[in-house]
Design a binder for this molecule. Structure first.
Ligand SMILES: Nc1ncnc2c1ncn2[C@@H]1O[C@H](COP(=O)(O)OP(=O)(O)OP(=O)(O)O)[C@@H](O)[C@H]1O
Ligand SMILES: [Mg+2]
Length: 236
């Protein structure tokens, strides 16, 4: 479905990605783990077209994304839930969800209604809080809103950047459970996480990124029991 080949991305003279290859197949949950500064966020920003790579290619469903603007990439079916959530604090929950859909469906359309119902059934709390300002939600609720907003655009591939960051343990398990549900409903997922153990348990496959280079990749189970991964990322 998605294939990154030999991607190099830099910020001025800082080389963040140094020739990475990643593949995501339709229906999978794939995770990208690695320490701070490894290049995880940069990888997602490069896929969604927010940063352009210096070289290499990104193929999504047989077509190169390299020369597309971010909104065209959304229209192809790739939605990005950014690090730190970035919901609109001064818009209501419902307005935030409308913003997620606006490029694709009119608010009056039946498709909009269908997507909204799906998001509300995944996250009932968002329905209860529909008229409340986004900025007044708790951290966990804001993460749900950020995911819900991305789902409103009906993605084929969802990019999630550290969805569990800063959340209480109970909220972390709720978010991970929801990611599985979203995947079971047919959305392919590329997940970036510092919470490597939980991410590997959830994922079909994983990649370990170190200093802009893919160090290891394999199925979730194998990486979970890999000695190097255990020592470096699982705190064992
Ligand atoms: N806007 C920027 N300008 C310059 N350098 C940047 C910028 N954003 C990121 N970098 C650098 O690029 C490298 C990769 O950063 P990136 O944000 O992709 O890491 P990450 O794996 O997501 O880390 P974290 O786990 O801390 O979120 C780091 O060395 C970082 O300092
Ligand atoms: Mg990051």
């Amino acid at each position: 479905m998605l294939k990154l080949t030999s991607i190099y991305t830099s910020y001025g003279h800082v080389k963040a990605l140094k020739g990475i290859n990643i593949e995501v197949n339709k229906g999978e949950i794939v995770c990208l783990i690695g320490n701070n500064g490894a290049g995880k966020t940069t990888t997602l920003l490069t896929i969604s077209g927010i940063i352009k790579p210096d070289s290499g290619d990104i193929i999504f469903e047989g077509e190169s994304l390299k020369n597309l603007a971010p909104h065209n990439i959304v229209n192809k079916g790739i939605c990005h839930v950014p690090e730190g959530r970035r919901i609109f604090p001064r818009l209501t929950v419902l307005e935030n969800l409308e913003m997620g859909a606006y490029q694709k469906f009119k608010v009056q359309s039946s498709k909009f209604k269908e997507k909204l119902d799906a998001v509300f059934s995944l996250f009932p709390i968002l329905k209860e809080r529909a008229k409340q300002m986004g900025g007044t939600l708790s951290g966990g609720e804001q993460q749900m809103l950020a995911i819900g907003r991305a789902l409103m655009a009906d993605p084929k591939l969802l990019l999630l950047d550290e969805p569990s960051l800063g959340l209480a343990p109970i909220m972390v398990s709720k978010i991970f459970k929801t990611i599985r549900e979203i995947n079971e409903e047919g959305v392919t997922i590329l997940l970036v996480e510092q919470n490597a153990k939980a991410a590997l348990r959830l994922s079909h496959r994983g990649y370990v990124l170190e200093n802009g280079i893919i160090k290891l990749h394999g199925n979730g189970e194998d990486l979970l029991y890999n000695e190097d991964v255990k020592n470096a990322y699982l705190g064992e």
